[in-house]
Ligand binder design. Structure first.
Ligand SMILES: C[S@@+](CC[C@H](N)C(=O)[O-])C[C@H]1O[C@@H](n2cnc3c(N)ncnc32)[C@H](O)[C@@H]1O
Length: 273
C-alpha cells in the first residue's frame, strides 16, 4: 500500500469526525491523521484512505468509528488529576448534602477510569458511613477501548507512584505471580461505579435521576464553541438545581453562552430555583 491522504479525503474525515464526535481537526492535524490512519489501513489491509473512509462512514461503521476516535483524540488522564475538584467535593458538596446520604455523579469523559476511581476514593475516605449512603457514579466515554480498561480496574503500579502508600493499600490489591507490577482497584470502589459508552454529541443521555455533579474535564477543549455551548446546555438539564459542573483547567465557559453561576475557575453551579 502506498496511499496518500488527499485534501478532499482529509475534508471528508474532518466533517465525519466533527459530525459524529464533535472534535474539530484543524489542517495542521493532516499529517498526524495521515500517519495514524496509515497504520490502521495496513492493519485492515485496505488499499486507500478513501476505502477506509467508506468503511467507517458506511453501514456498520460504528465500531470502526470508535477506533478512529482513539486515533485522533488523547486519553491522557491520571489519578487525582486537578485535585481542586476532589477537595471541593469533599469540603463543600459533601457538607451540603450530608443529611440526604444520596449522591449521583457523572464522570462524562472518564477515559481509562482514573477520574471515576478518584471520585470513589475521595468519597470513601471522606464519608465514615459511606456504605450506608446511596451513591452512584456513572463513568462514560466514547471509546470502548478505554472503557474496557476502566472497567477492568487494573493498572500498572507506576500509575500510582504519586499517591501516598496508605491510600494505595486501602484502595488497591497488589498483583502476585504473573500479575506482579499490576494493581487492581478494590471492590468497595468498583461497586460504586457503572461504566457505559456515551457519546457527548448524542441529543440525550441515559440518565434519569438529576445529578449532583458532572465532571467534564479535558475533552471540551477539542470541541468548537457551538458544540461546547450545546453540550453545556445539555449538562444543565441533567443537573439538579444547586448541582455542579467541573471542567478541565485549560478550559473555560467564558466565551460560551450558558446559565450556570460561576463559583471559581473550572467550577460552575446550576442556580437553585
Ligand atoms: C483527555 S481524556 C480526559 C480524561 C479525564 N476526564 C481527565 O480529565 O483526566 C478525553 C476523553 O474524552 C473522550 N471523548 C472524546 N470525544 C468524546 C465524545 N464525543 N463523547 C464522549 N467522550 C469523548 C476520549 O475518548 C478521551 O478518553
Amino acid at each position: 500500500m502506498n496511499a496518500t491522504l488527499t485534501d478532499k479525503e482529509f475534508v471528508q474525515f474532518q466533517s465525519l469526525i466533527y459530525e459524529q464526535v464533535g472534535i474539530t481537526l484543524d489542517t495542521p492535524k493532516k499529517s498526524l491523521l495521515t500517519s495514524r490512519l496509515g497504520k490502521r489501513l495496513r492493519e485492515l489491509e485496505l488499499p486507500s484512505y478513501q476505502a477506509y473512509f467508506d468503511r467507517v462512514s458506511g453501514k456498520g461503521g460504528e465500531d470502526e468509528l470508535v477506533q478512529l476516535v482513539d486515533l485522533v483524540s488523547t486519553n491522557k488522564t491520571d489519578f487525582f488529576r486537578e485535585p481542586v475538584h476532589f477537595d471541593f467535593l469533599r469540603e463543600q458538596v459533601l457538607a451540603e448534602i450530608a443529611s440526604t446520604r444520596f449522591l449521583r455523579i457523572w464522570s462524562s469523559a472518564s477515559s481509562s477510569g482514573e477520574e471515576p476511581y478518584t471520585i470513589a476514593m475521595t468519597l470513601h475516605d471522606a464519608i465514615p458511613d459511606c456504605s450506608q449512603w446511596d451513591i452512584k457514579i456513572l463513568a462514560s466515554d466514547i471509546s470502548t477501548r478505554v472503557l474496557a480498561k476502566a472497567a477492568s480496574g487494573i493498572y500498572d503500579d507506576e500509575r500510582v507512584t504519586q499517591l501516598p502508600q496508605e491510600v494505595v493499600r486501602r484502595h488497591f490489591l497488589r498483583g502476585k505471580g504473573e500479575q506482579t507490577g499490576k494493581l487492581k482497584v478494590r471492590k468497595h470502589l468498583s461497586e460504586m461505579i457503572a461504566f457505559r459508552r456515551v457519546n457527548l454529541m448524542a441529543p440525550a443521555f441515559p440518565i434519569k435521576t438529576p445529578l449532583d455533579i458532572i465532571f467534564c474535564r479535558n475533552v471540551m477543549i477539542y470541541f468548537d464553541r457551538p458544540t461546547q455551548a450545546s453540550l453545556v446546555g445539555k449538562f444543565y438539564r441533567y443537573l439538579r438545581p444547586g448541582g455542579f459542573l467541573f471542567i478541565g483547567h485549560s478550559e473555560s465557559l467564558q466565551w460560551v453562552e450558558h446559565q450556570f453561576d460561576y463559583i471559581k475557575p473550572t467550577i460552575y453551579q446550576k442556580p437553585f430555583e
